[in-house]
Design a protein around this ligand. Structure first.
Ligand SMILES: O=C(O)[C@H](O)COP(=O)(O)O
Length: 345
């Protein structure tokens, strides 16, 4: 899947380029990768806030229809139970957890990775497990991951720690046969499952001709400033790769089309993805400007919690440990969920 995505992305860019011709490459923009969010990105994100963290931001949520993916709502705290007598979509509240994958074997070696499908290192495995402990009392009804193994490993390892002990199950909707062959025939078993949806749109930015190169050696060769520009600027792509803007066009479009409707219907969602695909989503959630996003850095394996309520994303930060009151105490709904878990297990 990842190879397919990379070929797609590579194929959509000009393929005859080399590192030596930097100015030419910096101007490359992929038409294919420019999706429907272009206007949204340029209009919505330019009205930014002054700081990356701890802000409350208001966004307009489209009321687009949910996609057809089956999902299983947690019986401990289903939206219908928590909103008895009120079917208004606006009254729903949902948790959104974002997590960058744990350290990969190429993070460990300081290599540009992008769409290359590299697994977690031993440290990355430990980080994912630790992340799972931190979110073990937060409800998760649906998981989205990228198509890359490091994000999928992170999601699965994190869920081994969850107190609700539901089983994350990877959805296979790539063909009718795959769908039919992976059906579950027990409603009870379905209720004890969490669908995991893998989407290439959440993949790491395609790092072009930097993939596989050592970050330090690249900085020594092309200069620190140039490499920083490739890595952190909003609209300058690495040679023959995706800029953050291009990555946002597919990752934010996917978030808006497939993930927001789930949150809107009250489902609690976890997204396991990558440094840059998540930077672009956070840029959208927190309404950061293209200047502000430059200094947004995400550590590996640190979960971040947002509360989605009445069409707004409220950033809660990163739960330190399962027992920490701050994050859970924030909403009645989260506190209630945690209390139920205490009673059940
Ligand atoms: O693809 C990579 O190399 C990393 O996952 C993200 O790298 P960056 O911090 O250089 O953007």
């Amino acid at each position: 899947m990842a190879a397919e995505v990379c070929h797609h992305a590579i194929g959509s860019l000009q393929s005859h380029s080399h590192l030596g011709n930097l100015n030419h490459h910096q101007n490359i923009r992929s038409g294919v990768l420019r999706l429907a969010t272009k206007d949204f990105i340029s209009n919505g994100l330019s009205k930014g806030i002054s700081s990356c963290f701890g802000q409350r931001n208001c966004i307009v949520i489209r009321s687009s229809a949910s996609h057809s993916q089956t999902s299983v709502v947690d019986p401990v705290l289903s939206p219908s139970k928590s909103n008895t007598g009120d079917t208004s979509k606006k009254s729903n509240e949902a948790a959104l957890i974002l997590i960058r994958h744990g350290e990969s074997l190429w993070n460990e070696k300081n290599l540009f990775t992008g769409c290359v499908d590299v697994p977690l290192s031993k440290k990355g495995i430990d980080e994912a497990i630790e992340a799972g402990k931190r979110i073990s009392s937060i409800p998760v009804d649906l998981i989205f991951t990228s198509a890359l193994i490091r994000a999928q490993m992170t999601a699965m390892l994190a869920m081994t720690q969850h107190r609700r002990r539901k089983v994350p199950i990877v959805m296979h909707n790539e063909s009718e046969q795959a769908k039919a062959w992976s059906q579950v025939f027990s409603e009870d078993t379905k209720k004890q499952s969490i669908p995991v949806i893998a989407a290439w749109q959440l993949n790491e930015r395609m790092y072009g001709e930097l993939q596989g190169l050592n970050k330090q050696e690249t900085a020594d060769r092309y200069g620190k400033e140039q490499v920083h520009e490739w890595r952190r600027s909003y609209d300058i792509p690495p040679p023959n790769g995706e800029s953050l803007e291009m990555c946002a066009e597919r990752a934010v479009a996917y978030f808006r089309d497939q993930i927001e409707p789930q949150l809107l219907s009250g489902k609690n969602v976890m997204i396991a993805a990558h440094g840059n695909s998540l930077r672009s989503i956070i840029m959208y959630l927190d309404k950061l400007t293209s200047q502000e996003v430059i200094s947004l850095e995400l550590s590996t394996g640190i979960p971040m919690l947002y509360i989605f309520k009445e069409g707004r994303f409220i950033r809660r930060g990163s739960p330190i440990k399962p027992t920490e009151a701050g994050v859970y105490a924030y909403t009645k709904r989260l506190a209630l969920y945690r209390q139920k878990l205490d009673e059940m297990f």
